[in-house]
Design a protein around this ligand. Sequence first.
Ligand SMILES: [Zn+2]
Length: 338
Amino acid sequence: MTDRYSRQILFSAIGEAGQKKIRASQVVVIGCGALGTVSSEMLTRAGIGKLTLIDRDFVEESNLQRQSLFTEQDAYRGLPKAAAAQRALRAINSDVEVKGVIEDVTWQNIDKLCQKCDLIVDGTDNFETRFLINDFAVKREIPWIYGACVGSYGVSFAVQPEISACLQCLFEQPTEVGTTETCDTAGILASVVHVIAAFQVAQGMKLLVGESPAQEILQIDVWTGIWQTIAATRARSSECRCCGQHQFRFLEGQEKAQLTRLCGRNAVQICPPRPTRSDFQEISKRLDKSAQIDLNEFLMKIRIDGYEIALFSDGRSIIRGTNDFTEARAVYAKYIGN
Ligand SMILES: [Zn+2]
């Protein structure tokens, strides 16, 4: 081992043996926004073996205040976050096999995307995906670290299947879209992101070296300085639909949503029922006269009638300029078709 990890190895709970385990590990970070960029940078610097980063979105200027891997150039080019992050992380540590995957994680592909991993880190911005991760992780007995931030407040918790409470034990159902504060309504501070990502990565590394993670739910407000931990062990319930009764409704697609409002974006994502292929050529030909079209190797951006449609090659699109599902569906149908 070179000098690279010497300070981490000096930390007695890790040591040479722990570093070998970290090196042999495979971690998946789902969501490459604020939490995902910060945690994946720490994991990459720590020298894990393989890091898979999955994200459905592309870089925008308003991301740069807190999403630490991205540059103005990435925002200007509208690069997919997974591709921009992959490039940044490879430059940080070429020892780590970093793979950026430009996809939306769904019940149909989570198995393929997360197979063989030792740990999943939550970098998502919505409860639907978190409950899907929870179902998958409990079923496959893979630990995962929940994390969420809004405003100056953040919360995190390690889920260790069969041992700790799971997300479903703690929250009965995903909250309704639009009923809780989001980055859109309350804003978000970069500082709280770093605290929560730090806790996620520390607990993840404990798991990777074979230690049990903290069984506490961490809640912190970096603005007021008030933080508290709540013991989560007692929250584990044999009545729990997921870890108690092994009903994996999210994983079986019974809770799927094809339309999603995107946090902080005045935008709606639309996924076709099945993965498909977008014919960029055909669409640009069709919209040539009425729209402004930008094309890069990953996606097509169409500006039309006050909307901005980002179309990915798998048929998924993000419609900016509305939060309304019906309106978004109409825009999609009108300009992209089925
Ligand atoms: Zn549970």
